[in-house]
Structure formats: C-alpha cells, structure tokens
Write a new protein. Structure first.
Length: 332
C-alpha cells in the first residue's frame, strides 16, 4: 500500500522455473509494484514472497541474488563497459581472473566484443541495453527481472532487441519476469502473460490463449481490437443463452469483407453475415483497416494486402462474413 492507496490486491501468482513471464497492463494497473515487490525495493503490507520455497519478504534487494534491467539501463556513467560488467562480480568476491573471463565471454555473446573500453555515453541506445542485459546475466542469477526494458528504444531497435532477449532467455534458461505496457512485446517474448487492471489480475495464460480466448472485454481490447456484435448483427439466440451475462466479440482479422453480391464460400452454413457501409479505410503497409458501419455498431476489419485485391472506399456498401466458430463470449 502507498498510504491509503492499495497498489495491488490479493495478488497470488506462481512463476515457473525457466519460464518467461510478462506482467502486462496500463499505467496504474499495479504491474510495476508487483515487480518492485519481487525485487525487494518495497515490502508487502501483508502476505509473503517465496523464491524456491524460501520466504524473502524481509530480505533486502541486494541479498536476493537477482539480475535487474531497468528502462533507464542504470549503467555507471563514470565506468567503462568492462568495469560496469565487473562490478556485480566484485560484489560477490569473484577473483580477477575469473571476472575477466566472464566479461570477455558475455561481451562476445551480446555482440560487444570490441566495446569493453568505451564509456556508456559513447554507446547507442541498443548497445547500452545490451550492456545492461549482460550486467544482469553475468553473475548467473536464478531470476532476471526486466522493468520496461525496451521502452526507451525506437521501433526498429525494439524489434531487434526482442529477438536478442528471446535468444538470451533460451540460451541461459533463466527464470524471467518482465513488466511492460507494450502488448506486442508481451506477445512476442512470453511463455505466459499476466494481464493486470486496477491492482488485480484479470487473466493469466499463454499469449495465444489470451489473444484468441480472452476472458473479459478488458483483456480482449487490451490485447488487440475487439468488435462487439450486437443483436442486430448476431442473431443466434441459442448461442447467447449458453453464455448468459457475456457479450459476443470477434477479432478484426476474422471478418471477411466483400461486395454484397459476392459468392459465398462452401462453408456458408457455418457463416454469419451483415451488410454495412465503409466509413474509413486506413492503409498501413502490409495491412488495410476498414471501419464499417453496421446498424448502430462500427466494426473494424483488418486484412492483409494482396495483389488483385478489391479495395473499398468510404461510402461503399459491403458485406461482412465471419465463421460462428470465431465468435468469442467475454464478460463485460
């Protein structure tokens, strides 16, 4: 708690050995507080924290033997890259010869073999991130904590570093807990994702399960886009009655857009359709996104760009088709 404010409530979570677990959520969801509790920077007002069956709730951060990477990298600006990497080894009393060998090995692994003599200010953002990762891993800690590790990088560097982090995790097999608000980053890196909202866990599952089978409308909207299907669009009342208290939704890429008179596919008996009007078309390189007004609802359609594909413009009347099996029912 922070004064009268409860940052996380009833947080019960088990991290499996060797997995990459991401805590995902918007600002104020409690994700950073959860990581700070695990790191030992703050103490829980109640409950316990166990690592390998041992309580560490009262153990200070510097005695938890964890590697931590911050969004700001937190490199020592007055020390060279090599000295930054040696520091955690010195704190553990490791001999100079072994320190040198470990530093050489980790520098080569993160593709910075010739950068040991440079100062942090002489490195690019991506290179600084690699040094921060190397420093967190060099002492072979049982747990690696990542706090918005790629938030300071531009898109291209972020995608490159996602691959690097995934490769390092696979190589070292280290139990990793990452905090981020970036959905794509969470989906790319994680074995499991914890979605938090208002200090509580909304859902925990694999990236594919969370995206394809969200439990709540919040999860559906936070991990992508969700089209709500009103009664005017979705008429199968038998399906609705089996999911009382829920709303029907479908992902934009599951909708097919065509002219109203287009030939239906062979599984037409498994499909639903609706007629609507295009209100907007957004071209985004490999994708086109359409906004289609159907009744009182605005639906989003996302399709991959392909040669010979018909392109619709605002004002065009279109038909939307979807498989009944692609509809998901979520709690509001």
């Amino acid at each position: 708690m922070y004064g009268a404010i409860t940052a996380v409530k009833d947080l019960a979570l088990t991290v499996r050995q060797g997995e990459f677990l991401t805590i995902l959520g918007p600002s104020g969801s409690g994700k950073t507080t959860a990581l700070m509790l695990l790191a030992g920077f703050i103490s829980p007002s109640e409950g316990d924290i166990l690592i390998a069956g041992r309580s560490v709730a009262a153990v200070p951060s510097y005695r938890r033997d964890q590697g931590i990477v911050f969004q700001s990298y937190a490199l020592f600006p007055h020390l060279t890259v090599r000295r930054n990497l040696e520091f955690p080894l010195e704190m553990r009393g490791i001999k100079a010869s072994e320190r040198a060998n470990r530093v050489d090995s980790i520098l080569e692994r993160v593709h910075l073999k010739d950068f040991g003599g440079r100062m942090p200010s002489q490195l690019s953002g991506g290179q600084q991130q690699r040094v921060a990762l190397a420093r967190a891993l060099i002492a072979d800690p049982p747990i690696l904590l990542l706090d918005e590790p790629l938030g300071a990088l531009d898109r291209n560097l972020r995608e490159q570093m996602q691959g690097e982090i995934k490769s390092l995790h696979k190589e070292f097999g280290i139990t990793t807990v990452c905090v981020t608000h970036d959905q794509e980053e969470a989906l790319t890196l994680s074995d499991r994702i914890v979605v938090m909202r208002g200090g509580v866990i909304e859902q925990v599952d694999t990236p594919e399960a969370l995206y394809d089978r969200p439990a709540t409308l919040f999860v559906a909207n936070f991990l992508g886009e969700a089209n709500l299907l009103e009664k005017t669009v979705y008429e199968i009342e038998a399906e609705r009655s089996r999911h009382a208290g829920t709303v029907a939704m479908i992902r934009p890429e599951r909708l097919r857009i065509s002219v109203p008179g287009a030939t239906r596919s062979t599984e037409a008996d498994q499909r639903e359709s609706a007629i609507g009007t295009v209100t907007d078309m957004i071209y985004a390189g490999p994708l086109r996104k359409y906004h289609v007004e159907v009744g009182s609802r605005l639906l989003v359609v996302r399709e991959h760009v392909a040669s010979g594909q018909q392109v619709f413009s605002p004002g065009d009347q279109v038909r939307l088709d979807w498989l009944r099996s692609d509809i998901r029912f979520v709690t509001p």
